[in-house]
Design a protein around this ligand. Structure first.
Ligand SMILES: [Zn+2]
Ligand SMILES: [Zn+2]
Length: 157
């Protein structure tokens, strides 16, 4: 958990003016692992600041992004999603529930961009995204399947 103090310090380091709204937005982002969209953040922050506009939230997030306090996540076809976890990590995207889950991997940390590719392009960053079904959805699928076979058994009797 990152506390208010940590968030304040981060904003100060970047020379950003600290308003209660901005602090609240950044704190929420720093404490969630859900990789929320601007819409998600707006709905959350509105609980504390009922008069805040979506535009303010969106602008604040763009500002945090420009100052390197937020990253954007490849979210497929859905709305743009954000990540305030600035430690090196990778993403697993569930194709079922669209959850984006962080994981760390010393193996992936070692992956280098091939030299010939580096010569060809100006590369800003390298992302690794795995896609599949998350443990929660796997569990749900297993339950559904066993439900089916229970019914099958009953039908046969
Ligand atoms: Zn899932
Ligand atoms: Zn992440």
């Amino acid at each position: 958990m990152e506390n208010n103090y940590y968030c304040k310090e981060k904003l100060e380091q970047k020379g950003l003016r600290i308003t209660p709204q901005r602090l609240s937005i950044f704190c929420f982002l720093s404490n969630t692992k859900s990789h929320p969209s601007a819409e998600n953040v707006y709905l959350e922050v509105r609980k504390q600041f009922p008069n805040i506009s979506f535009d303010t939230v969106n602008r604040t997030m763009t500002c945090l992004f420009k100052n390197g306090l937020l990253k954007m996540v490849e979210s497929g076809h859905g709305p743009r999603r954000y990540d305030a976890n600035l430690k090196p990590h990778y993403h697993f995207r569930c194709l079922e529930c669209k959850k984006i889950i962080d994981f760390e991997s010393p193996e992936y940390d070692k992956i280098k961009i091939p030299e010939d590719v580096q010569k060809k392009f100006k590369i800003y960053n390298q992302k690794i995204i795995l896609e599949g079904i998350c443990p929660d959805c796997l569990k749900k699928q297993a339950i559904k399947k066993s439900d089916f076979s229970e019914k099958d058994k009953l039908n046969k009797k």
